[in-house]
Design a protein around this ligand. Structure first.
Ligand code: PLP
Length: 223
């Protein structure tokens, strides 16, 4: 089942768009079905769950973190992940950088833009993102330049559209993040992570380079 679902999505997804399998709340057996069907990038949203799954999966899996990350949980997450997609505060960005410096690791991150109507959603405003990029971004992505955040690489933007059936609303949300992404011309800042099971075709029309799909691959989550 999982293999068939993956196959269906891959047939529709442009080949240059990376597919991230969002495996939160699903058991390792399901993840292995996806792995056996060729999937290598998996994303989790809870630190403990990520840390528990990593040793049970093959070593060539690339793990992404997509949930709200508290700075006291960094050690559960950062040793394992190739990308933190959900950086939503300057405090977190600085803590990740400090962890990277202490552990001799450079961590790739995406900045999360607050999209959508939900007040509960995390993320920066456009102005906050531009200000981070002005103070840190140019130095980060050019190699060898000393900078205050030398253990972080700012790789792009992540966003979640409003949770609605109304395609016009989703379209407007993705248009906003697309516009911001296109306005940022920095070498190495090349990932636009938008689109989930409900809305990824719209995200692809807005230039997504990465989509994060859970339900369409693994089925409904049991909480
Ligand atoms: C859970 C989650 C997804 C996947 O959602 P589906 O609707 O199951 O595809 C994508 N992105 C983030 C940030 C998530 O938390």
């Amino acid at each position: 089942m999982v293999g068939e679902q993956l196959h269906k999505i891959k047939q529709l997804l442009p080949p240059e768009v990376s597919l991230v399998a969002v495996s939160k709340f699903h058991p390792v057996e399901r993840l292995m079905e996806a792995y056996d069907a060729g999937q290598r990038i998996f994303a989790e949203s809870r630190p403990q769950e990520l840390a528990a799954k990593v040793p049970s999966m093959p070593a060539d899996v690339q793990w992404h973190f997509i949930g709200h990350l508290q700075t006291n949980k960094l050690k559960l997450v950062l040793p394992h992940v190739s990308l933190v997609q959900s950086v939503d505060s300057l405090h977190l960005l600085e803590a990740i950088n400090a962890w990277g410096a202490a552990n001799n690791k450079v961590i790739d991150v995406l900045l999360e833009l607050h999209l959508g109507a939900e007040e509960t959603k995390q993320g920066f405003t456009e102005d906050e993102i531009l200000s981070i990029l002005c103070s840190h971004g140019r130095l980060q992505v050019s190699e060898g330049t000393p900078s205050p955040l030398s253990s972080i690489r700012l790789r792009g933007l992540m966003g979640m559209a409003t949770n609605t059936e109304d395609e016009a609303v989703i379209d407007a949300d993705f248009a906003r993040i697309e516009k911001l992404f296109r306005s940022i011309q920095l070498p190495g800042f090349d990932i636009l992570s938008i689109g989930m099971s409900q809305d990824w075709p719209i995200a692809v029309r807005h230039g997504a380079t990465m989509v994060r799909i859970g339900t369409d691959i693994f089925g409904a989550r049991e909480y």
